[in-house]
Design a protein around this ligand. Structure first.
Ligand code: DAH
Length: 334
């Protein structure tokens, strides 16, 4: 035991030399569970002779530690913790931070807005959660009319629905604003549909509306020609064919010469040379009426198209679901 304490004393001396009276040394030996504390505590059970010898040595060690600690030399620094000055090579090329960017549909939407704004159109918004009245009735699509089947609708528990097209904004806008009017309405619309490469339940639609005293199909053709040429940056041709929409009379579908093959015929245009991109027509008198305007005083044209189709044509994308897939391999290309 004696030798034990002697070597312990040497050990402590060594440590004090190295570290000074550090808090760590103090705790190790004199803390509640410290080695010396325990020895001192066990003295009372020893025979007298041994107790005296051991007690003396243990107290010497204790005093030595306390002296060192009290001399105020708590060590707060140690060179071994200090990292070397890092070598900094200023010639190493920096790491390029990867920045996000706008979604391809947002980019396209801004492009569409710019083109129409340059032709004097204002960009207008409307609610995505819509009243049945604006989405259907006011657009001359009465309840139980078979035309409603054209739009598979998400009806909401609160009595409203998710708008199936941007056309309701025509009525909302004409209720509050007097002609002459020139607006486009870009925004999401929703269809209760099974999805596949060409169907999605959410689409970005762009509605257009122009109302004035004398507005004709020729005006529409001029505007839409100009738009498509500028959007596709190609000399595309536009074709109107008779169609049916309850809110326009007459109504047409709008096709453009296929931008993939230039009208020669390819799989994209199903060999026809034309791709159908929009619906359009002259605003129906009932739509004017339902907006509070006097039908005989005004003429107007309107159109609506899905932005996805246009972007798919422009960049040769073959699956509409890619837009909302969140797939970075797709998104990073824009
Ligand atoms: N709202 C129609 C749809 O979603 C598209 C449309 C067709 C809009 C003709 C119009 C229009 O403004 O005149 O299928």
């Amino acid at each position: 035991m004696k030798t034990d304490l002697n070597s312990l004393k040497n050990q402590v001396k060594e440590e004090l030399k190295k570290e000074g009276g550090s808090l760590g040394v103090y705790r190790k030996y004199l803390g509640p569970k410290g080695e010396i504390t325990q020895i001192l505590r066990s003295l009372k059970d020893l025979p007298e002779k041994e107790r005296k010898e051991k007690g003396k040595l243990a107290n010497e060690i204790k005093n030595e530690i306390e002296k060192a600690v009290e001399s105020g030399k708590y060590k707060t620094r140690d060179a071994k913790y200090k990292t070397q000055d890092a070598h900094f090579d200023i010639t190493v090329p920096g790491k390029k931070p990867s920045l996000g960017h706008l979604h391809p549909l947002t980019l396209a939407r801004r492009e569409v807005e710019e083109i129409f704004e340059s032709m004097g159109f204002s960009v207008i918004g409307g609610p995505e959660m819509e009243k049945e009245w604006y989405n259907f009735d006011a657009l001359n699509i009465p309840k139980d009319h078979p035309a409603r089947d054209q739009w598979d609708t998400f009806y909401l528990k609160n009595g409203l629905l998710l708008r199936t097209h941007t056309s309701p904004v025509q009525v909302r806008y004409m209720e509050k604003n007097n002609p002459p009017l020139r607006i486009i309405v870009p925004g999401p619309v929703f269809r209760h549909e099974a999805t596949d490469i060409s169907h999605e339940f959410e689409l970005m639609q762009v509605e257009g509306l122009m109302v004035d005293k004398t507005v004709s199909v020729a005006n529409f053709k001029a505007v839409i020609d100009e738009f498509f040429r500028r959007f596709f940056k190609k000399d595309v041709k536009t074709r109107l064919r008779q169609d049916f929409f309850p809110f326009t009379e007459p109504s047409f579908d709008v096709s453009i010469s296929c931008v993939v093959c230039g009208g020669k015929g390819c799989p994209t245009c199903k060999k026809s040379g034309w791709v159908e991109l929009a619906g359009a027509g002259m605003v129906h008198p009932n739509v004017f009426k339902n907006s509070g305007l006097i039908p005989k005083d005004w003429q107007g044209w309107a159109f609506g198209f899905g932005l996805e189709r246009l972007v798919m044509m422009k960049y040769k994308i073959n699956d509409v679901r890619l837009f909302r897939s969140g797939d970075l391999r797709f998104l990073n290309q824009f």
